[in-house]
Design a protein. Sequence first.
Lengths: 114, 112
Amino acid sequence: AAGVIQSPRHLIKEKRETATLKCYPIPRHDTVYWYQQGPGQDPQFLISFYEKMQSDKGSIPDRFSAQQFSDYHSELNMSSLELGDSALYFCASSPTPREGTEAFFGQGTRLTVV
Amino acid sequence: RKEVEQDPGPFNVPEGATVAFNCTYSNSASQSFFWYRQDCRKEPKLLMSVYSSGNEDGRFTAQLNRASQYISLLIRDSKLSDSATYLCVVNMGSGGYNKLIFGAGTRLAVHP
């Protein structure tokens, strides 16, 4: 069965650079979530999209932006990177709420800022 | 106060033991609840949904207490392969949107 695909799997950037993370949800899933997980921490909700519109916003810094495209894939854009942005970034997708609420995660993108 | 709280552990138990985790949540309007399992440096994977009537899947039993706003996970006959972090997840979305909030996770270490 198709799963959530994230790319790249690993990314190394320097401070003040920009990064773009991509997420391809499970087919027919119209909700996408982004989470940030620092070392030894629980996943922190950043932002979510439903039907290509932002549906909720969590602790996402102003330096970050995200969008969901017409094919439902999503991109997380991170600018002016800081050392503290080093983390695992997970994308998850779920079907429309009336069809279910479980979310399924991609394998994550490990971002290292040096 | 965090929206979803768990005892971080670690819980160190021998094989064959029974272990239980609890999780409390702050939003009384929350409608759906889950337990996810996360292995080191891997993505969280859905272990089971938690239903009002309680549900069981093999050695795993999940229960929900809406009045006290907590959910629990019971693991019977622990296996070495059960060693992982167990994340309590509560859907606090409203208006037709999902918003999954994670607890900090409870670490379980099963030893021979």
